[in-house]
Every structure is written in structure tokens, then in C-alpha cells.
Design a protein around this ligand. Structure first.
Ligand SMILES: Cc1cc2nc3c(=O)[nH]c(=O)nc-3n(C[C@H](O)[C@H](O)[C@H](O)COP(=O)(O)O)c2cc1C
Length: 376
């Protein structure tokens, strides 16, 4: 792809032409209906962000066991598909394009949320409490996945990808980052298996590779991206051999013709970042590690990410707080601060659909927090 530090320049991605190089990163916001169907307020939320070069919609579970938290989205029933269709129709009508992130939480799940014992590569529990409908609970010990579980889960990812296309998404992103199921197979502290899916790096990457291959076969590799978070310890994972692990993963993925590889919190100065950029022949999405969410800092970080060889720049919190982020960055306008963290993962329209745009200030009522304190 033509290298530029101009994040407003158009770009090619698989079959798509993106009007700019800014990607809305997947953001789980717990606004779905209880069965995982996207709620109507999500239609508004995503349609308002349609100016992004690409939207990657929040992690959506491909089966009931994969559900991480209450009220997250799912993509394994006709109702889910129809709910997502309303979202993608609105985004397309507003001129946008969307991928859906497929996320299985593995041990990041709880029986009080799903009614099921969580599954994982090995019976190693999350070393943290986990949010459930009844509040925070100690994590449950997951059940070690059998060979049948592995086969069925791979098939569920492929079926979810087919549903995503049926629901109007341009493609899917396989979530192999942030300590979710695929990352639990990659990391050596969560994968203690003695079969063909554990042990050497070649075996630990096998599940992520087989999921990605099955998804690519289901909908076409140029509609499939994969997200990884090398060296991340989110959700208690630890990789003792990051370079060898991602060398092994990329060696298997390189030839598939995927739409992109997306990196979480990619510091251009990190050794693993440079190694992956040098070794990945396709489109790379970098997600800068933002300490400062001002317009100047986001602009600088996005340019630095492109200068460091990324083809596209994923932004999370800036899109969360600014429906018209692209317009604001183009105009050099100030960005809205992210409001009360409480609203990130809980609530209705409040803290979700009431962030102001440059030409729409919210009513004073909607800027009052749940406890009555003014937050903006
Ligand atoms: C509220 C919230 C929800 C998130 N949900 C997801 C998710 O569903 N899938 C994922 O891969 N990353 C998720 N992330 C990580 C973001 O995609 C992104 O990598 C992170 O926020 C860093 O980017 P930023 O500094 O631009 O926000 C989430 C982050 C936040 C703040």
C-alpha cells in the first residue's frame, strides 16, 4: 500500500476502498439485549461513526460459552443476525463500512453469566474477579477443552463469520488478543496442554491458525483480519517467548491472503512491533498506545504510527468519545474527553449516544450523570 503519514488519505483493504486510514477499534460497551442481539441504540452509535475508514464492531461471541460479560453482543442465532443487519444497514446508508470482531472469552466468562462452565485450553482460572449480572465474582476454574470442543468451536467461528456476512458486514476480525480464548492458547501460562495444541510455539499457535483458516474458508480470506496483542498481560496471560511465538503464528498466517493483521497497543519503538512489521507482507493496523487523548496528541500518534510502517491506524477511546472524530481531526478541533469510566461498560444511551458533535451540543439533561453530578 502507498506509504503516507496522512491518515486522511484513502487506502485499499481487501475488496474495499477506505476513504481514510482511521479504523474505529473494537469497543465492547455492554449495550446489547440480554440474548446478545444488538439494541436499537447501537444502530445510532455506529451510524454516527460511519466516517471512519473502517469500523470494527465490538467483540461478538460465536457461541454461548464464549460470552465474556453480561449484555455483550453475539452472532450465533437468526435474531442476532437480524439485529446486526439493522446496524450495518444504517452504517452503509451513512456511507460507512464495517467488520465484526469475533470474540470467544474462554476462561474470561462465568457460569452466573452464561449458565455454563467456562472452557479454556487448560483448567487455569483467571487470576481476577469477573463482572457478572450479580456483580464481581471470583473466576471459575475453566474446563479443559477436548478435541471435540476444539473442533466444534472452530466450526462455530466459521458459522459466525458466515452470519456476519449475511448480516451485512464486509468481513470479520478474529480476536486473538487481550487474553481471550485464542490468546489463552498462545500464552504459555494458560496453555498447559500436552496434545497437539500445547507445548512448542508451533503447537500453541495451532488453534488460532485453524480458527482463522476456517473463517477464511467460510467467507474468503480477503474478508478476514486477525487481532493480536504481543507481550500483553491483559486478563492474566503471559508469554515468555513473544518473538518466537509471533514468528510461528505469522509464518502460518502469511500465506493465507488475509485482509489485515491488527496489533493492539503498538508502540513503534517496541522490538516486537518492528519485527512483526518487517515480517508481515500484508496490511498492518497499528493501535497507538495513547496516554494523552487531546486532538494534538492523537494526531501526532496517528502520524507516528503510519511513519512506523502501519498502513491503517486503529483508535478506541477517541472514537468512543467523538462521533465525528474524523471531522474533528481534519479541522484541528478539540476532542471530547472520555466521560465517567462507569459508562464504558454499563448503561443505555447515557455515556454512549450523548457525546456532542461539533454541530450538535447535547441537552443539558443528558450531560447529567447517573448520580446527578454534572460530568461535562
Ligand atoms: C471500553 C473498551 C472496550 C474495549 N473492547 C474491546 C473489544 O471488544 N475487543 C478488542 O479487541 N479490544 C477492545 N478494547 C481495546 C481497544 O480496542 C483499544 O485497543 C484500546 O482501547 C487502546 O486504544 P485507544 O488508546 O485508542 O483507546 C476495548 C477498550 C475499551 C476502552
Amino acid at each position: 500500500m502507498t506509504q503516507t503519514t496522512d491518515f486522511l488519505a484513502p487506502a485499499r483493504l481487501g475488496r474495499l476502498t477506505l476513504p481514510n486510514r482511521l479504523v474505529m477499534a473494537p469497543l465492547t460497551r455492554n449495550r446489547a439485549e440480554p440474548d446478545g442481539t444488538p439494541a436499537p441504540l447501537m444502530v445510532t452509535h455506529y451510524a454516527e461513526r460511519a466516517a471512519a475508514g473502517l469500523i470494527v464492531a465490538e467483540g461478538s461471541t460465536p457461541n454461548p460459552a464464549g460470552q465474556t460479560y453480561p449484555d455483550i453482543t453475539a452472532i450465533h442465532t437468526d435474531r442476532h443476525t437480524a439485529g446486526w443487519r439493522r446496524v450495518t444497514d444504517a452504517v452503509r446508508a451513512a456511507g460507512g463500512r464495517m467488520f465484526l470482531q469475533l470474540q470467544h472469552g474462554g476462561r474470561v466468562s462465568h457460569p452466573e453469566t452464561t449458565g455454563l462452565t467456562p472452557v479454556a485450553p487448560s483448567p487455569v482460572p483467571l487470576p481476577e474477579t469477573i463482572f457478572t449480572p450479580g456483580g464481581h465474582r471470583p473466576a471459575a476454574v475453566p474446563r479443559e477443552m477436548t478435541a471435540d470442543d476444539i473442533r466444534a468451536t472452530i466450526a462455530d467461528f466459521a458459522a459466525a463469520a458466515r452470519r456476519a456476512v449475511e448480516a451485512g458486514f464486509e468481513g470479520v476480525e478474529v480476536h486473538s488478543a487481550n487474553g481471550m480464548l485464542l490468546h489463552q492458547f498462545l500464552a504459555d501460562n494458560t496453555n498447559l496442554r500436552a496434545d497437539g495444541y500445547g507445548g512448542s510455539v508451533q503447537r500453541r499457535v495451532r488453534f488460532a491458525v485453524e480458527v482463522t483458516e476456517a473463517v477464511a474458508e467460510a467467507i474468503g480470506a480477503d474478508r478476514v483480519g486477525i487481532r493480536v496483542s504481543p507481550a500483553s498481560t491483559v486478563n492474566g496471560v503471559r508469554e515468555d517467548d513473544t518473538d518466537a511465538l509471533y514468528d510461528a503464528l505469522l509464518a502460518r498466517l502469511k500465506g493465507l491472503g488475509l485482509a489485515y493483521l491488527s496489533l493492539v497497543r503498538s508502540d513503534p519503538g517496541a522490538g516486537w512491533y518492528r519485527r512483526i512489521r518487517a515480517g508481515w507482507p500484508g496490511v498492518l493496523i497499528g493501535n497507538p498506545d495513547l496516554a494523552d487523548l487531546s486532538g494534538e496528541a492523537v494526531t501526532r500518534a496517528a502520524r507516528e504510527m503510519l511513519a512506523a510502517g502501519a498502513d491503517l491506524v486503529a483508535l478506541g477511546r477517541p472514537f468512543l468519545a467523538n462521533p465525528d472524530l474524523v471531522e474533528r481531526l481534519r479541522a484541528g478541533a478539540p476532542l471530547n474527553p472520555v466521560r465517567d469510566r462507569y459508562f464504558m461498560y454499563v448503561g443505555g444511551a447515557e455515556g454512549y449516544n450523548d457525546y456532542p458533535t461539533l454541530d450538535r451540543q447535547p441537552s443539558s439533561e443528558s450531560m447529567v450523570a447517573r448520580d446527578g453530578a454534572r460530568v461535562a
